[in-house]
Structures are given as C-alpha cells and as structure tokens.
Design a protein around this ligand. Structure first.
Ligand code: HEC
Ligand code: HEC
Length: 509
C-alpha cells in the first residue's frame, strides 16, 4: 500500500486585497446594489471532460458554451468550438451518469440514509455511486461532537442490489464534502472520487474497500437496507483512501486516460483543470483555461461551495442549498433552539423577499448568513467573505416561470383569477414576489411557533416538500391534508375543479 494519504487542505487565499469588504458595513451589505448579470464577466465553468488520447482532453466550458481541446503536457488549448445554438445548457447540479444503460436505473437507486446521489458508474447489474449522507434527523448542534454530513461510496451487484457495500470517505477530523463524481480504473482496483466542497480527489483502493466496507446481502429493494448499512464509521477511510489529491476550486468531473496513468479533473469554479499522475499519485499541473479574474460575486460563489467555511470541513452552503435551491430536508438548526426542525428554503430570487428564515427573524441577507455561519458552520467570516457571500446569494435569479401549454391556457387563466379573488391568496402572496414580508398564522403551527414568514411562491414546482416543516409532500396537500383549520386563505371554499385550476397556476410561477 502507498504511503499515508496527504490532505487537501491548503487554502488558496482568495482574498489578497482585504480592503474591499471592510468599508461595507454589515447592515448595508444586504441591500448593496448587485451588478446585473449582463455586466458580469463570463466565467468558463468547465464541466464534462473526456480523453481523446493519452495527451489530449476535450472539456465543455458551460459558462461560454464552447468545447475546447487541451494538450496536457503543454497546457495549451489546441482547438475551440462553439456549441450549436440548439444544444441545451448543461446543468452542473445534474447527477453524472457515466454509462447510458444506467440512466433509467439511476432514477430508481436510493442511497442509504436519504442522501442525494451525485454520480453513478457501471452497468445495470453492478455499479458504483457517490452520494451524501445528511444526518438531518438529529439537532445540528452535534456538529462539534460528531458530524452533520458525510460522503459515501456505495457498490451494488445484482439487479438493483443483491449485494450492497458502502463506506464513508471522510476522516474523523477532515470532511470530504459535496462528492461530485466517481470513475473506476479499468482493472477495477481503484476508484477516484471528487469532492466539490473539499477541493480534493480521493483515491480509493477497492481491494481494501471490499474488505472494510459495511455490507448487506439482500433480495429486497435497497430502500429497506438503510438501517443495516453502517454510515457512521469515519475510521474506515484510513484503510481505503490511499491518496488525497488537491485540486483547485470546486472539482466536478473526472476522466482517466486510456493508458490509466493520468487523471484529469475539471474545476468548475476554478476555470481550470488539474492533471494528476496516478501512478506516482502526484499533481502533474493545474491548467488555467483562461477565464476572467473572480469578481466579488464569483468569490462569493466559491465560498458558497467551499467546505473550508465549516468546522472540520464537513459541508458547504451548497450541501443544503444545491444550485442555490434546497435539499428538501428538515434541519434542526441551532439558531432558533432545538426540537423545531425547518425545511430548507430555496435562495433563488431571495434578494427581494426580506425578511429571512421561516420565522422572519433576519432583517437582511447579511444578518441571516452571518448567523448561519456562526451557529451552524461554527465559522467566523471576515468582512470580505461575508460581503462576497451576500453578493452571490443576492444575485441568484428567481426560478424561471413555466411555459403554459395552449391546451392549459384556459385553466391557467381561471386559476390566476381564483388566486386574486375567491381563494384570497394575493393579500399575503402578492406578485411579483408572491410574498408580503410579514408573518402570519395560517393554522400550521404548534406551541410557541404559530406565525411564519410568508414564503414566496416563485419556483414552487422545484421546491417540494412544502410548509415550514416540509409536512406537505405535494402542493395539493398544503390545501387539503394540512389545512384542517381552514385558515389558509379561502381555499376551502373552492370546488375540486377550482382547486385543480389554482394548482395548475401555482405550478407555473
Ligand atoms: C445544514 C443545512 C444548511 C446549511 C449548511 C445552510 N443552510 Fe441556509 N437554510 C437551511 C434551512 C433549514 C433554512 C430554513 C431555516 C429557517 O428558516 O429557520 C435555511 C435558510 C436560509 C436562508 C433564508 C432564506 C429565506 O428566504 O428565508 C438563507 C439566505 C440561507 N439559508 C443561506 C445560506 C448560506 C449562505 C449558507 C452557507 C453559509 C447556508 N444557508 C447554509 C439549511 C442550511
Ligand atoms: C394570511 C396570509 C396568507 C394567505 C391569505 C395565504 N397564504 Fe399561503 N402561506 C402563508 C404563510 C404564513 C405560509 C407559511 C406557512 C407554513 O410554512 O407553515 C404560507 C405557505 C404557502 C405555501 C407553501 C409554500 C412553501 O414553499 O412551502 C403555498 C403553496 C401557499 N402558501 C399558497 C397559498 C395560496 C394558493 C393561497 C390562497 C388560497 C394562500 N397561500 C393564502 C400565508 C398566507
């Protein structure tokens, strides 16, 4: 076995000129005018990467819709091609599926522990996935004593899981946050796993993996395996991770050369590639792809995705707010006491939806984010870091409105009219943000917590489950199952047909 793995902790100092943020007082930071996206430099955001031969890779630059060919030894771009107009934009948050035959299977796979799958490799009857393990069912104050998130590598064989093996890649005092991709060496003896939050690639010895992984043999569907697979053994990584290779900001995709000697990583927020010699387990070089210097918003985006801002590097903002959205989970965050878990809120368009939090206790984004960093991440940001994070969050655009099919136009118009009249929604949810900035009791609370900050209704179709504790699995349930007190607008007066029209309207916002 190779010598003990090095760590991926050397922090590239992002903020060499601290002057910028210091002048900006915290209260104002939330209101600062953020430049519109039109005026911003175009970052490259490299994502998918593949080898053409042992010396050349092709990389998709999703930020500028180009594909470039890079010679690895010289670091030069030798070819550049614009994407055809009809090619859709890439979604960097999409699960990376390495083999087409896994596409339909990936939708059925459930990682143990309700985490989210980030990448899948293999065949239908035998494969690998990397995923998170959020420990959301316990109060997040355990952060100092234990962990909140871990990252797992799971192997299955047999049609969706006869044999399951799983292991955690984090170390006890050094997290492996936001896993983003996995590739397996041709001889099946190694896995390479990227950690978008820890700026690192773990090299996993699969012979060791099969020896130390927690395993379950089952003829049931994998969902039933959750209690049997051990997801809390942080000591296992010591035996199976034989190298931790440092990348640049936010590695997202991996590729291995045909001769198996080189590994290339695309650093999504670093606008660069990292090239490793995986025979020697060492960095060959980082290759800058030539993007613009990070501006304040970009630096905020990098911090948002970095686990360096959390105790022991366990997670980033993006662990709970992937792509600025929400993970769909309830978290018992320390800032409002314990025993009152709240569903993660989406951050899209939040610039214009003050105050913040389900209880509306944060008047500005700066106040909210500083509170989260201190109480949840256990991290004291510099003024510059906080300003950058606020700048990034406040430029996240609202989710796009949905196209209404011509056949649904009438129902949409009826639904919209009901929203503004009979159903009585617009008083608290007025357009354009569909919230009023006030707290109301709509009969959903208990104990001391009865009044909640009216949530914006934009992008509802992407943000299930609903209500402050995520109790409504579907939009319909908000108004049926969870409106027992009939206090949520006048929705109880609607006929079933009218409710259907209203729901259709809500799904377009
Ligand atoms: C462990 C999961 C988790 C992490 C990590 C996390 N959040 Fe949150 N976030 C939540 C939850 C849950 C809520 C809703 C909590 C509440 O309202 O009390 C929330 C709410 C917010 C809100 C308020 C949104 C609104 O419209 O009211 C903002 C802003 C926010 N988070 C930003 C961040 C930023 C920036 C980071 C990183 C510094 C971060 N969050 C890290 C789970 C998380
Ligand atoms: C008196 C103010 C008020 C009125 C009137 C009202 N709402 Fe709400 N709405 C709220 C509050 C407050 C919440 C948050 C409650 C909670 O989370 O427990 C909420 C939550 C929601 C949610 C869940 C959103 C999410 O992200 O979880 C939806 C959907 C919604 N309202 C739609 C409507 C519709 C449609 C109407 C009209 C039938 C309506 N509301 C009328 C105040 C109101």
């Amino acid at each position: 076995m190779t010598a003990r793995a090095s760590r991926c902790q050397d922090f590239n100092p992002l903020f060499s000129f601290i002057g910028l943020g210091i002048l900006c007082c915290l209260g104002l930071a939330g209101k600062a005018e953020a430049p519109s996206s039109k005026d911003r430099p175009a970052y490259l955001n490299p994502l998918d990467v593949q080898f053409l031969d042992n010396e050349h890779v092709q990389v998709d630059l999703t930020g500028v819709r180009e594909t470039v060919t890079v010679a690895l030894t010289t670091g030069q771009i030798v070819h550049r091609a614009r994407w055809p107009r009809e090619r859709p934009d890439s979604d960097p948050e999409a699960v990376k599926i390495h083999h087409e035959e896994l596409r339909s299977l990936a939708a059925q796979l459930r990682p143990p522990g309700a985490g989210s799958i980030r990448a899948v490799w293999g065949r239908a009857d035998s494969g690998w996935m990397v995923h998170t393990w959020p420990r959301f069912s316990l109060p997040a104050t355990q952060l100092a004593q234990g962990w909140v998130f871990t990252s797992g590598l799971t192997h299955w064989t047999g049609q969706i899981g006869y044999l399951w093996e799983t292991a955690v890649l984090d170390e006890p005092n050094n997290g492996f946050a936001d896993p983003s991709d996995v590739v397996i060496a041709a001889d099946g003896r190694r896995a390479y796993v990227a950690s978008g939050g820890s700026d690192c690639v773990a090299v996993v010895d699969l012979t060791q993996f099969h020896r130390v992984a927690s395993r379950v043999v089952s003829d049931t569907r994998n969902r039933a395996l959750e209690p049997y697979l051990r997801t809390d053994d942080l000591s296992a990584s010591r035996f199976l991770v034989i190298g931790r290779l440092p990348t640049q900001n936010n590695p997202r995709r991996l590729a291995i050369s045909p001769d198996q000697r080189r590994l290339v990583v695309s650093n999504f927020l670093g606008d660069s590639l990292s090239v490793f010699d995986v025979v020697q387990l060492r960095l060959e070089r980082h290759i800058s792809l030539g993007g613009p210097q990070p501006d304040l918003i970009r630096r905020g985006q990098i911090l948002f995705h970095s686990a360096k801002l959390s105790h022991l590097g366990q997670f980033s903002c993006a662990s709970c707010h992937p792509g600025g959205g929400a993970d769909g989970l309830n978290w018992d965050l320390p800032r409002d006491g314990i025993g009152n878990a709240k569903n993660t809120r989406v951050l899209w368009g939040s610039r214009s939806t003050a105050p913040y939090g389900w209880l509306g206790t944060s008047p500005t984004l700066a106040d909210r984010i500083l509170g989260t960093l201190r109480s949840m991440h256990r991290y004291e940001p510099s003024a510059e870091e906080l300003t950058a994070l606020v700048a990034y969050v406040s430029t996240l655009p609202p989710a796009p409105v949905a196209e209404v099919a011509p056949s649904e136009r009438m129902a949409y118009e009826r639904g919209r009219a009901l929203f503004h009249t009979k159903a009585g929604c617009a008083t608290c949810h007025p357009p354009p943000t569909y919230q009023d900035g006030l707290a109301h009791d709509v009969g959903t609370g208990k104990g001391q917590e009865r009044r909640f900050d009216t949530p914006s209704l934009r992008g509802l179709r992407f943000s299930a489950p609903y209500l402050h504790d995520g109790r409504a699995a579907t939009l319909e349930e908000v108004f049926t199952k969870h409106n027992g007190q009939r206090r949520h607008g006048q929705v109880h007066l609607l006929t079933p047909e009218e409710l259907a029209d209203l729901l259709l309207f809500l799904r377009t916002l």
